[in-house]
Design a protein around this ligand. Structure first.
Ligand code: Z5A
Length: 219
């Protein structure tokens, strides 16, 4: 059986990941591809407990290194318990954030060196990485406005504009280096964002179906 593909969806605060994930799920369902939808930090019972610690705004004493190690602790469990088994069974995995978020948030924004994060990445996951990454990119102020309408803020959402600008630049820097990145202009309307997502994903879906001996349900 052909292994599934691992897709990550990334971006700073309020870029529209949740909205875009729903459309990606639709594209996969239309193509008849089975998939697992998951998220980071979290995705497992253990990982969701770690997520609660990470997002809890009462944890003001958490050091940047503790934050990074907790992200990777949750991720190590997630990869072995959920992601690799699903891919092995031929399902696609669609993940709301993955290691690129650690480079953008704990690296570019908190200031931990890329080399340090890469060392942990190699030790914890053997640098296991997505096949394709969708980066939703929008002006930080727009993203913060979109996210701001949701009420109580968590430990990350309490950060300021400068922090999220560094996050954005961290993602864009990685997108220049790794071919798996596809940048989506998330300043556009949801319909236009969906159309950009389709342009990125449909050729990959067709190619994967062809190589797995199946054909698309809608041609
Ligand atoms: N984090 C980290 O630091 N290091 C790591 O390694 C990992 C994570 C893995 C939790 O992530 C936090 O963990 C995150 C980074 C950190 N903190 N932050 N910030 P999360 O993914 O769970 O939380 P989030 O980034 O805050 O995601 P979000 O706020 O849920 O945003 P979103 O999913 O991108 O946005 P949305 O809910 O789809 O959209 C927001 C609103 O905008 C909503 O009302 C939509 O209807 C609207 N929207 C969406 N698209 C559009 C367009 N195109 N036009 C107009 N309006 C739109």
């Amino acid at each position: 059986m052909k292994a599934g593909l691992f897709i990550s969806v990334e971006g700073a605060e309020g870029v529209g990941k949740t909205t875009s994930l729903a459309y990606i799920h639709q594209l996969l369902e239309d193509a008849g591809i089975s998939y697992t939808s998951t998220r980071e930090p979290g995705g497992t019972q253990l990982g969701e407990k770690i997520r609660d610690i990470l997002l809890d705004k009462k944890n003001t004493q958490m050091t940047d290194m503790t934050e990074l190690l907790l992200m990777f602790a949750a991720r190590a469990q997630h990869v072995e318990e959920v992601i690799k088994p699903a891919l092995k069974q031929g399902a696609w995995v669609v993940c709301d954030r993955f290691t690129d978020s650690s480079f953008a948030y704990q690296g570019a924004a908190r200031g931990i060196a890329d080399e340090t994060i890469e060392l942990i990445n190699k030790a914890a996951l053997a640098a296991f990485s997505p096949d394709l990454t969708v980066l939703l990119d929008v002006d930080v102020e727009v993203g913060m406005q979109r996210a701001g309408s949701r009420g109580e803020l968590d430990r990350f959402e309490k950060e300021d504009l400068i922090f999220f600008e560094k996050v954005r630049q961290g993602f864009l820097t990685r997108a220049k280096v790794y071919e798996r990145f596809n940048i989506i202009d998330a300043s556009k309307s949801i319909i236009e964002v969906n159309s950009q997502l389709a342009n990125v994903l449909l050729p990959t879906i067709r190619d994967w179906l062809q190589h797995s001996g199946q054909s698309t349900q809608n041609g």
